[in-house]
Design a protein around this ligand. Structure first.
Ligand code: SAH
Ligand code: SF4
Length: 333
């Protein structure tokens, strides 16, 4: 899909063609312009050539069937992954990638081991959501939430991510509420500052994963460039400007960051108004092991008693490596 080409072609057509095209893409969710019966044949042909709507993907359904992963092949052959999480309460959350690979190389992350191939353009981000929107339409359902938690660092590709967010939110397009859209960052300070100033208020999540600079720098190289104090100061400013809650993601890595000393250190950073910690069971990708259930429970209790708001993220989808980057990693081997 290439919306810029679409607009170019339709500039020379009567105005109503554009609205028809928009309805076809976003409401009727067509995957081929030949399905748009109101368009003249020549136009359908032209659009199939410059703005094809087909999406090439391999689909893997998790055994428990509440999580579906698509490995999408882009025009240049690059592969990215997108996951649909179908929650018991009816929410249909699509987890999208923002880059092919990621340049930041966090130690625990499979995407990090890939390095960066390239940024995704906004069309490629939107296609990931469209892919699942089309599947869900056949089941009379729709995408309700989008999280930027797939491959890549969204704030290193800010403009494309934001352009995609606007389409996701647009009533003429996917019509997903801003509050149903979340962006997760490893702590890119200029990105958080920019987001604070946007009119559309989407949710912000910060990948924290450590309670001090020494450990965080070992796990996440980006911490050397943007250390904890600077990230948290920027988050505080974001909260002042937006009044919105911020979620801190904390992966539970056995014997690495999951002791009660870590919980104590973490609680001193996180016991704050509008801060929320999300404890994430680690999806093993090689180097680290996940913390066991009991350790996570006592870690959680410690934080709660220290006045920290805590939640625990979905654990399902692990049997298809739903967390981050693993499938593409296997495919590239
Ligand atoms: N680059 C952004 C967004 C993509 S990663 C970021 O780092 O926030 C989305 C989330 O998945 C991050 O919190 C990341 O730390 C987490 N993650 C990475 N590898 C994981 C794994 N193996 N198991 C569980 N979560 C993982
Ligand atoms: Fe990149 Fe996020 Fe993975 Fe770190 S955790 S390597 S920032 S995708």
């Amino acid at each position: 899909m290439n919306l810029d080409n679409l607009y170019k072609v339709l500039k020379d057509e009567p105005k109503f063609r554009l609205s028809q095209a928009q309805v076809a893409i976003w409401q009727n969710l067509v995957s081929d312009w030949s399905q748009v019966t109101t368009f003249p044949a020549a136009l359908k042909e032209k659009l199939n050539e410059v703005c094809p709507l087909q999406i090439e993907a391999d689909v893997h359904v998790a055994k428990k069937e509440n999580s579906t992963k698509a490995l999408i092949t882009l025009e240049d052959g690059a592969k990215i992954e997108t996951v649909l999480l179908s929650h018991a309460d009816g929410r249909q959350t699509v987890c999208v990638s923002s880059q092919v690979g990621c340049p930041l190389g966090c130690k625990f992350c499979a995407t990090g081991t890939l390095g960066l191939t390239r940024d995704l353009n906004y069309n490629e981000i939107l296609m990931q959501v469209l892919f699942f929107a089309r599947i869900l339409k056949k089941e009379n359902s729709r995408v309700s939430n989008v999280v930027f938690m797939g491959m890549g660092e969204p704030f290193l590709n800010y403009d494309n991510v934001w352009k995609a967010v606007k389409y996701l939110n647009d009533k003429q397009a996917l019509n997903i509420g801003a509050r149903k859209i979340s962006i997760s960052t490893s702590g890119i300070v200029p990105g958080i500052e920019k987001l604070a100033k946007e009119k559309l208020q989407v949710n912000l999540a910060i990948s924290l994963h450590a309670s001090n600079d020494k450990l965080r720098s070992e796990l996440m190289r980006i911490n050397k460039r943007f250390p904890l104090a600077q990230v948290l100061k920027t988050v505080d400013d974001y909260i002042k400007q937006t009044g919105r809650k911020v979620m801190f993601e904390y992966l539970m890595l056995r014997g690495v960051n999951d002791s009660l000393q870590h919980a104590e250190e973490l609680s001193r950073l996180m016991a704050k108004h509008l801060y929320m910690v999300n404890l994430i069971p680690y999806n093993p990708t090689g180097v680290f092991k996940p913390s066991d259930r009991r350790t996570i429970d006592s870690f959680r209790r410690y934080l709660e008693q220290a006045g920290v708001e805590v939640s625990q993220r979905f654990t399902y989808g692990q049997d298809i490596d739903a967390a981050c980057g693993q499938l593409a990693n296997k495919a590239s081997k």
